[in-house]
Design a protein around this ligand. Sequence first.
Ligand code: C2O
Length: 584
Amino acid sequence: MAISLSNFLFAICPLLSLISAGTVTHDFEVSWIYANPDGSQNRPVMGINGQWPIPTITATKGDRIIVNLKNSLGNESTSLHFHGLYMNGSTHMDGPIGVTQCEIPPGSSFTYNFTVNLIDQPGTYWYHSHQRGQYPDGLRAPLIVHDTDSPHKNLYDEEIVLSFSDWYHDLMNPLLAQFLSIANPSGAEPVPDSSLLNETRDLSVKVEPGKTYLVRMVNMGAFAAQYVWFEDHTMQIVEVDGIYTEPTDADMIYMTVAQRYSVLITTKNTSDANFAFVGSMDQDLFDTVPEGLNPNVTGWLVYNDANEKPAPKELQAFDPFDDYTLVPQDKEEIYDHVDQQITLDMKMDNLDDGENYAFFNDITYVAPKVPTLYTALSTGANATNPVIYGANTNQFILAENQVVEIVLNNDDPGKHPFHLHGHAFQVVYRSEEEAGFYDPNNHTAFPSTPMRRDTILVRPNGNIVLRFRSDNPGIWLFHCHIEWHVASGLIATIIESPLSLQSQLDGRIPANHLQACADAGTPTAGNAAGNTKDVFDLSGENTSPGTLPAGFEAKGIVALVFSCIAAFLGMAVISWYGLSEIKK
Ligand code: C2O
């Protein structure tokens, strides 16, 4: 019996895909190019290989991902973080500068090489620069890990990827200089100029009637959470931050920066009309709303190009779905005991340089001279002693295989989206706003199968309680994902099982990583100050400015600044006058 070629190909196709389920390689050269994504301001953006938006990385569960990065920016160092991937056994590929690697200076190269298979990790992720303040200049894109075993794979026909983000007309460097300034003692964050969908506006998404789509959504913004809704179409949530959920209906979701949602959307049976969908920036985050700001970005589910694209209807109020009620599809039960607890009391305040900083337990993060990973790898048995990691890194050492609980008390009237690298956590508790600090003896019952994700909102003056197992040796940041607050120091460093980390990685840091350090002049051994002889001598380490005398407040600083300026002007006038007198 003859077998046709197509039958033959069909028969070996699964084999071919198994074989090709190997390695996804990208050569990325990062450089500045111009773009005008909202149609009102042409500006420099960080492109890859001369293109912007930069490419989405797509892989299949089990693949190895290799990114050969070359920094051709000319004027800024860079790095890449693969947000949400656990990086088991490869914390040195995680990306944050000063933490797991050195900065990659202009002209240098660096290779990221890791697998996504050690723990099965399908789902919706993204990658972005983890150089301070940099990704909102455009170095950010979705990263999708496909799953041939998805529990939802029979529920949809096609996939759509949508990124949402705020957008600034100015570059981050000048905006950061304005934000972290004695002239901004209250720490008011720059307000975005507009908002983008797939890095553009007025996006049309072609759909066919009578189909179900898996819509993967990522908020890649710097600051603004987004309310998202599709007119006349229900979303069924099936994944958050890479964790499959029991399918759950929602009319509107609230997506903080760095969060992801996959939803199933079933289209109408006819092509009579097109439908708007909207991302609307949460303006509660903005200290002042500039006149004329359009907080919305609109896209359309286009059934028929010949029909109009209707303007979205006005909403009376925002009433988003509460992700705290989601149930993970694997029904992992709540960790019922805690071995190790970390309490983080966060606040915003001024230091004696007059600038506004963010604090955990009264310490604002300042990157050490030696990346924390290299300190852990070069200090032998002392790597379990928190002291060697410095005075301003908010470091916590985790023992191996413990149930760890993070209690975060938000002593600030703002909303903050917190992200943990290297893990997804159980959200065992989230208070309403104004609830104050967490009281273990007074809270509503914990869910028995809590939602897991890697980025979670804490409400104004509220608290959250998160749990995870320390089963992933590495150096993992825990930080607010509002990029302004990363710059003002809202970061803690989790140093997980440092001795196991030594046996995993000692001597295995690739030569190109160490070369980037050499190029940047960053030391790669010793304590936070770079001292290799006496790791308990931290003299010369990087620290924050000092605290203000008690009772001194932002208003006082403004008054001081202006009286200094006035005095200075006064003296200048006197000396000018005096000089001209002499000349006469
Ligand atoms: Cu999106 Cu520290 O990460």
